[in-house]
Design a protein around this ligand. Structure first.
Ligand code: M6R
Length: 614
């Protein structure tokens, strides 16, 4: 959460910083700010509450000159969203300015000690404590900025990606990271810093991803210098970024979310490319070639993830158990990490994360690693922290997901889990070769079927108007479609702010049925599968209590049409791949309801794309 950007070179920093902030706004957008050192040596900090547009309006009559600067877009943790709590934060003398992504957990102790020494604070944030501490150390121990940052970081408990500038040294930025991402871009006599590579790719494709515990000194006219926590110099690992502008622009769609929903057929084709052979009957995952002993020898599989990725994990569990016959559990990473779970070296832990930066998932990986488990990552963001922390893994390769509500990452994760389960089952001999080939071949047909499902967009747009004023909604599904119900409800909640619950359809009679009346829209995923007849009974139960049913049905199903108020027809596929198709209308429904309500679909309130705090 929070986006950080920085620039040092010969160009004017301000336009580069603002453009970078816009790219990173998905990480947080409750306030934004910039700091530049002007030609005359002034350190100017400007910050506003709200989105980056507010900041640029505010800056129209300000001195934004300077070719060194740092900027920040915030997702509040300590201190309400306000200009006073926005970053950058000055030190007391206004010589230093800092931006920070993460949480300084022991900030209150440090703050109290500094206050005793007479340091005055201008915000309620944990971040300001760090810059004040650095200044205090510099002035009391006559240390350089670098030495003071190193000393301060030893006193700090928590997570951080920071950038700090000193107006007395206008050719230098000091950056550091621990458990929060930070990338340095290397241009021709210029450097860029950012939380991810997207603000950098307009200028250079050469980047260095800092590792945990790294401090880097970025000085004009010198090589980038990266050090470990004790100042020991690190080898410079320069990588080439493989990201193009088209991937991070809206491409004619009104919102990133809509673009990402419509991209799914292409994304899944990319996800399967090189992994399923052209005949479409054989899956190969390099992780399974390189680590077959650990993966196939698993006595148990534990999936850890958060949010939408956790929903994908629930589908993964069903795939793994039914195809590979290996017991599989799915855990919220945030619970797993704190409940002293039993993990052994015979376990494989699968960590699923779009961003690859989710703090709870990273901590769960760490814990499982310490207990000897083999760790497999399923991530989207290339080079992010989770793929680097795992023993092996598979990228979903669906391209950058910018909309805060996850869509294509979900279907990408389910696709990788399907390929993994099929590949393992084939090697373990737990499914017949005929069944294996039939399933792999069906998986390759999913992108075409998704295209067909997307054709219902206009019809769903129309339906969305009916539900715009709903206060509560219920989503029901069974088996593989139960996680789809959870995911549909989550999408609606996060972008339209309508309360929604996902439930296993048969559990409804154990409580939630009390909620049903004519005011309660109920969305039922009722495709033709093993539990079809049972789901019909659940629909009848809702109808009998006056509930309004919208059913997602298999195309051509005339039976449910008699009972439902509205139906959305879906192309038929195997039961285990149904989530890949059925999630599409629910994504579109949430999207159109949110648009009808006038909500900011790509930047819903209180949320951030990448949750790097616990
Ligand atoms: O990047 P991750 O997949 O680890 O993120 C996990 C959740 O924060 C994320 O899926 C969240 O629930 C989405 N906003 C849901 O749309």
């Amino acid at each position: 959460m929070c986006g950080i950007v920085g620039y040092i070179g010969a160009k004017q920093a301000y336009p580069i910083l603002i453009k970078g902030l816009r790219r990173l706004e998905y990480r947080g957008y409750d306030s934004a700010g910039v700091a530049m050192i002007s030609q005359r040596g002034a350190l100017n900090v400007y910050k506003t509450k709200g989105k980056v547009d507010n900041l640029t309006d505010y800056c129209t009559d300000k001195d934004v000159s300077g070719s060194i600067g740092i900027a920040h877009t915030r997702w509040a943790t300590h201190g309400e969203p306000s200009a006073r709590n926005a970053h950058p934060h000055y030190s007391q003398s206004h010589n230093l300015a800092i931006i920070h992504n993460g949480i300084i957990e022991n900030y209150a102790d440090i703050k109290a000690k500094l206050q005793e020494k007479g340091v005055a604070f201008a915000s309620d944030t944990d971040t300001e404590v760090l810059v004040q501490l650095v200044e205090y150390i510099m002035s009391n121990r006559s240390l350089t900025l670098l030495e003071a940052v190193q000393t301060a970081l030893f006193q700090v408990i928590g997570a951080y990606a920071i950038a700090i500038i000193d107006k007395r040294e206008p050719t230098q930025i000091i950056v550091a990271r621990k458990q929060s991402p930070l990338v340095v871009g290397i241009g021709e006599s210029e450097f860029f810093i950012a939380s991810d590579a997207s603000p950098i790719i307009d200028y250079t494709d050469k980047v260095v991803y800092l590792e945990d515990g790294n401090i880097a000194v970025i000085r004009l006219g010198e090589e980038l210098k990266v050090m470990g926590i004790h100042g020991e110099e690190q080898e410079l690992k320069v990588k080439k970024v493989d990201l193009n502008l088209g991937q991070i622009e809206k491409g004619g769609y009104e919102h990133f979310m809509l673009k990402e929903i419509f991209e799914q057929p292409e994304c899944l084709t990319n996800c399967m490319r090189g992994r399923i052979n052209v005949e479409g009957n054989q899956v190969t995952l390099s992780a399974l070639i390189d680590h077959h002993q650990q993966l196939l020898g698993a006595k148990r599989i534990v999936i850890v993830a958060c949010g939408t990725s956790w929903h994908a994990g629930l589908i993964g569990k069903q795939l793994i158990e039914s195809l590979c016959r290996i017991p599989c559990e799915v855990e919220y990473a945030s619970e797993f990490r704190y409940r002293n779970p039993v993990v052994s070296k015979d376990d494989v832990v699968i960590a699923i994360s779009q961003s690859g930066e989710t703090a709870d998932t990273l901590a769960a990986i760490q814990l499982a690693k310490e207990q000897g488990a083999f760790i497999y990552g399923i991530c989207n963001a290339i080079g992010s922290s989770i793929p680097r922390a795992t023993d092996t893994g598979t990228y979903i390769h669906v391209g950058p997901e910018i909309g805060v509500a996850s869509t294509k990452a979900f279907t990408g994760q389910v696709t990788v889990l399907s390929m993994l389960a099929l590949c393992m089952a084939n090697k373990l001999g737990t499914i017949s070769i005929e069944r294996y080939r039939q399933m792999v071949s069906e998986l390759t047909c999913i992108p075409k079927k998704m295209e067909q499902a997307l054709q219902a967009n206009e019809e769903i747009k129309h339906l969305a108007r009916i539900f715009t004023y709903a206060k509560n909604c219920l989503y029901l599904g069974r088996g593989y479609n139960y996680p789809v119900a959870l995911e549909g409800a989550l999408k609606l909640k996060e972008i339209s702010y309508i309360h929604a619950e996902g439930y296993p359809a048969a559990e409804m009679k154990h409580g939630p049925i009390a909620l049903i009346d004519s005011e309660m829209p109920v969305f039922v995923i009722a495709t033709r599968d093993r539990l079809y007849e049972k789901v019909i009974s659940n629909i009848q139960e809702v109808r009998a209590r006056g509930g309004r049913v919208t059913a997602l049905i298999t195309e051509g199903d005339e039976q449910i049409k008699q009972y439902a108020d509205h139906v959305i027809e879906l192309p038929d596929t195997l039961e285990c791949f149904q989530p890949l198709i059925a999630s599409i209308p629910l994504q579109l429904l949430a999207y159109h309801i949110a648009v009808c309500k006038g909500k900011d679909v790509d930047r819903p309130r209180n949320l951030a794309k990448s949750v790097t705090v616990e």
